[in-house]
Design a binder for this molecule. Structure first.
Ligand code: NAG
Ligand code: ZN
Length: 232
């Protein structure tokens, strides 16, 4: 009987190291720690909180939004890096770049006058983390759709900003951001798991026919149905 616990222990060790191989590391740097935005970041948000939410959002994106429980379906990233930094582009709040990097504006943090900075920050973090892990049809997917998926994650994570688009809002399906997020929410009602399945199809390519493949209806028909459902 003696060998049995030994085998159990060996298997446990193996599975723990297996998990470790696929873990993503999160790096957060406050590049402007002495500026008003950098100081406010440290006082009201902080590096530990950011790292924790990068992990939580990564798990949520894989398990709930993209339903990629098999690691071979996931976009393989060893790490995601986030920088609190000033922006060249005035007015921008955050941006994704270089495959696994996020820059967050210290100017936005310093000038934000709304109620709950941490809540707003967290929603934007879910948005940017989605860009790190979403498939983009190898660059062929429309930007408006990719931004819509990122806002969809924010919405489903329960971090929509005050004034977030209501169901039925929008002028075009690929308008982007909140309106496309609401449209994607509607597509999920038509076909359960739509956003996850669309993302899966966008791994190597993009075609607008993916909407019809998944729902039986062309995207323009879906858009008309969406508007008809909410606008009376
Ligand atoms: C993002 O911020 C880092 C650190 O401040 C900087 O080195 C990098 O150039 C910025 N990236 C972009 C695309 O602005
Ligand atoms: Zn975005």
């Amino acid at each position: 009987m003696a060998p049995k616990p030994f085998i159990g222990y060996a298997l446990l060790t193996f599975s723990l190291s297996f998990v470790k191989i696929f873990a993503v590391d999160y790096y957060v740097t406050n590049d402007v720690a002495d500026t008003p935005g950098g100081i406010r970041f440290t006082n009201e948000i902080g590096i530990p909180y950011t790292k924790e939410k990068m992990g939580t959002s990564n798990d949520f994106i894989w398990s709930t939004i993209f339903q990629q429980n098999d690691p071979s379906d996931q976009k393989p990233l060893d790490s995601v890096e986030l920088y609190i930094t000033t922006f060249v582009d005035e007015g921008a709040i955050a941006m994704s770049w270089g495959n696994n990097k996020i820059n967050f504006s210290s100017v936005f943090i310093s000038e934000y006058t709304g109620d709950d900075l941490k809540y707003i920050y967290t929603g934007i973090l879910y948005h940017e983390m989605t860009h790190a892990f979403q498939w983009d049809g190898e660059g062929r997917a429309p930007i408006g759709l990719l931004e819509g998926v990122a806002e969809y994650t924010k919405l489903k994570a329960n971090y929509p900003q005050p004034g977030f688009a209501k169901p039925g809002e929008g002028d075009r399906w690929d308008q982007g951001y909140e309106c496309t997020a609401r449209f994607l929410e509607y597509c999920d009602e038509v076909s359960a798991g739509f956003v996850a399945n669309l993302n899966k199809k966008m791994r190597f390519d993009y075609n607008v026919d993916y909407f019809e493949d998944l729902t039986g209806k062309p995207v323009d028909q879906l858009w008309n149905d969406y508007k008809a459902k909410y606008v009376h």
